[in-house]
Design a protein around this ligand. Structure first.
Ligand SMILES: [Mn+2]
Length: 325
């Protein structure tokens, strides 16, 4: 267990009952709708080669500004200790409160696998509500109704709130997940998403309004063994994409490097495609709550200076938690 330094901080707020939880979800929902309206406005600019005005209401792309620092957190899968350890080590709340331009991007998969997935979602939603312009929650493939039904979240909601109220909270979670953004883009050349690049009929970020393409963003995986793309036989859904597919995608959106989570990697991070591609996995595995015990010793996360152009990922971007026991 980590030693908690400030138990009064926002992420320790406890919803007393299911009604509190419904309010928390409703607040997050409202904030996310607001930020998507802001994202739509940014599209009138020239970022990522888009010059025309976007006619769509809910545009699932977040644009981060040119200055400050960004922290990327990968799958936490029902392990609040992993989530809190990053927030604590980086003193996120204190730094944001002091006015530092610090941005925290969660790459999805908050629920399932670990036992404390309701609590983990409560923490990230509290964080979003406390610091809406600094915290961004992307949608992973576990933020889908049928996945949450089979892999843990529905059961956790019922366990915590009872059968009827638990089902209702689960339903509201899924309504909220449908609003989550899918992609974050930075001015210094990073694109962040949960699973992988879409490979079918993708031309620009504007295509991200298409639900089939967004499903690919949540599910796809990279492979060094292929050039273009093939059916993802490992998961039975989506695609595996190779070097050539990745290269042309990055060219079409004018980004240099990509960060994603989605796959468990033993070291907690993995570079691919000449270090232009980075998988980060932030479930630390050493907590009793974690679904990945015995594997990763310390949660990993990624930190970048947004004011400096980034051409390749390297070890200086990868951080791990040092527990105080
Ligand atoms: Mn995933």
């Amino acid at each position: 267990m980590i030693t908690v330094r400030d138990t009064k901080d926002v992420w320790f707020h406890d919803s007393k009952n299911w009604r509190d939880f419904i309010n928390l979800i409703a607040n997050a929902d409202q904030l996310i709708r607001q930020e998507q309206r802001r994202g739509k406005n940014k599209l009138r600019g020239t970022i990522a080669g888009i010059k025309s005005r976007d006619p769509f209401a809910n545009y699932p792309v977040i644009f981060l500004p040119k200055r400050g620092e960004a922290i990327f957190i990968g799958d936490t899968h029902g392990d609040p200790d992993s989530t809190i350890s990053v927030l604590e080590q980086e003193r996120c709340a204190a730094r944001i409160r002091s006015g530092e331009p610090l941005y925290i991007v969660f790459l999805g998969d908050y629920a399932d696998r670990g036992k404390e997935d309701v609590r983990n979602l409560e923490i990230v939603l509290n964080l979003k509500c406390a610091f809406p312009s600094n915290v961004y929650l992307l949608r992973g493939n576990h933020e889908e109704t049928n996945v949450g039904q089979s892999f843990g979240l529905l059961g956790s909601c019922i366990k915590r709130f009872g059968y009827d109220n638990g089902q209702y909270v689960f339903q509201r979670f899924n309504d909220l997940f449908e609003r989550f953004s899918h992609v974050v883009v930075t001015a210094n050349g990073i694109i962040g998403l949960h699973g992988g690049i879409p490979v079918d009929s993708f031309h620009s970020l504007l295509d991200l309004r298409n639900e089939e393409i967004l499903t690919e963003v949540r599910w796809n995986d990279p492979s060094e063994e292929i050039d273009d793309y093939v059916y993802n036989y490992k998961r039975g859904t989506g695609y595996l994409f190779g070097k050539q597919a990745f290269r042309s995608f990055m060219k079409s959106i004018r980004a240099s490097v990509l960060i994603r989570s989605h796959e468990y990697v033993t070291a907690g991070y993995k570079f691919m495609f000449n270090n232009a591609f980075l998988t980060i996995f932030s479930n630390g595995g050493s907590s009793s709550q974690s679904g990945y015990r015995d594997f990763i010793l310390y949660p990993k996360y990624v930190k970048v200076d947004l004011s400096k152009p980034i051409k390749r990922w390297d070890m200086k971007h990868v951080y791990d938690i040092r527990y105080s026991r």
